[in-house]
Ligand binder design. Structure first.
Ligand code: UD1
Length: 418
């Protein structure tokens, strides 16, 4: 079994290059199905979620090469396949094939999507929007079957789901007529998907707002897109600087939005300056608590940063409260942090964090992606040795995280247990 071993207490210092955005690239991989030719994505992160999306894409007959962060996909000749349950259930991103398949084949069959175990994660909103585009959707055991050529319509999203917004966009870009989506999610990854599609010939206006107007086009053309850096991975490095009192420069941050969390990190204990293509950050060496922080859709405090901040606040000088409103099961990390000496209580959707002066190394389990990364942060700050099992959950979204933290002076490596 693989685990990550960290000898805590080292101040991280130095320069690191940010990987490309996971949540932006996954819908682009699905979108490549709509392009009858070659899609090139530069700065693509080499993470297991990307590899799994590519494996599913390959089942359509699509071909790809992925070398040195350049992903080249050729969807000139693709065919509809039966979404195979075993593969599709691993990553949440697989649900995005629904909209893309409908756009290309007017038909789709996918199994219920997987992803992190952070809540029930239904797909009712995805189905509602697609049905409003005139698609028929039926449930078959663990799979969904959808058919019909999407036709432009006025859509209303009850709650700003990122995935449902992306699925509707993918189904609408080659639909017949105009689609107007009200209540769209405005996360930067949604905007980047739109920009990518526009580069490929789609007609989308209102990008970055919660009303998107999409005029269906006959087809999309070949495209080469430079992927923006991953804002949550950037946030992870910033938190690492905070818990260790470190000083870092993160390169490759052009266009990366820290909206929704940079002010909070500054308030808790970070000096941070965002330049054209890098972020300079220093942990001030003291951590202040926050009275109450509530996760919310963009531009609010991102749920993906919640566990990471929790690891930081575990060491703050006082009591903090974090309220999770997006995913109900995002406190799975709490017992693990408490094993390391943290004092955190969960009351329904609220975590009350009584800051402690030190954490101590322990053996803990990463049960999901961001919670796993948060355990690495706790391990960096802790006295003694921490072992984090469940590394595969971290590898879903972080490329070479041990190497990157090592290069910043942390004592961290991936170990194989006999
Ligand atoms: C995406 C991100 C994830 C991030 C989340 C919120 C990807 C691959 N993942 O996930 O990292 O944490 O946005 O920013 O981009 N919901 C429904 N019905 C639906 C769809 C969603 O009730 O049909 C609920 C979900 O259970 C959740 C909330 O809406 O409570 C937000 O989910 P959503 O925005 O769809 O998240 P994902 O797209 O799954």
């Amino acid at each position: 079994m693989t685990y990550i071993r960290i000898k805590g207490g080292k101040r991280i210092c130095g320069e690191v290059t940010l990987q490309g955005s996971k949540n932006a690239v996954l819908p682009m991989i699905a979108a490549s199905i709509l392009i009858r030719g070659v899609t090139v994505i530069e700065n693509c992160p080499d993470i297991t979620d990307v590899r799994e999306m590519l494996m599913q894409l390959q089942q359509t007959g699509a071909r790809y090469t992925f070398y040195d962060h350049v992903l080249v996909i050729d969807c000139s000749e693709v065919f509809l396949y039966d979404g195979e349950k075993k593969e599709a259930s691993k990553t949440r991103g697989s649900v995005l094939f629904l909209g893309a398949f409908l756009g290309r084949f007017s038909e789709a069959r996918i199994s219920y999507p997987g992803g992190c175990v952070i809540g029930s994660r239904p797909i009712d909103l995805h189905c509602e929007l697609l049905r409003s585009l005139g698609v028929t959707i039926s449930e078959q055991e663990d799979a969904l079957y959808a058919c019909g050529r999407p036709a432009g319509a006025e859509l209303f999203l009850r709650s700003p789901s990122v995935g449902a917004t992306e699925n509707a966009i993918l189904a609408a870009v080659c639909a017949k007529g105009r689609t107007v989506l009200h209540g769209a999610a405005t996360e930067p990854e949604v905007s980047e998907l739109c920009s990518f599609l526009v580069e490929a010939g789609a007609k989308i206006s209102g990008i970055g707002t919660n009303i998107l107007a999409i005029d269906g086009v006959e087809s999309l053309h070949e495209v080469c897109h430079l992927l923006t850096g991953d804002r949550i991975v950037a946030g992870t490095f910033l938190c690492a600087a905070m818990v260790t009192g470190g000083q870092i420069t993160i390169h490759g941050t052009k266009g990366v939005s820290l909206t929704g969390f940079d002010r909070t990190l500054r308030r808790v204990g970070l000096y941070c300056e965002q330049k054209e293509n890098c972020i300079l950050a220093t942990g001030i060496g003291k951590l202040f608590p926050v009275d109450l922080l509530v996760t919310a859709p963009y531009p609010g405090f991102p749920t993906d940063m919640q566990s990471l901040l929790m690891a930081v606040l575990a060491l703050a000088d006082g009591e903090s409260r974090l309220c999770e409103t997006v995913f109900e099961s995002r406190f799975k990390i709490v017992p693990e942090l408490n094993l390391m000496g943290a004092a955190i209580e969960v009351r329904d959707r609220m975590a009350v964090i009584h800051g402690v002066p030190v954490l101590t190394g322990a053996t803990v389990m990463a049960k999901e992606l961001r919670g796993g990364a948060a355990l690495l942060l706790a391990g960096l700050a802790a006295m003694g040795e921490t072992r984090v099992y469940g590394c595969e959950n971290i590898a879903r979204g972080y490329e070479a995280i041990c190497e990157r933290l090592c290069s910043l002076g942390a004592e961290i490596d991936q170990m194989e247990e006999a």
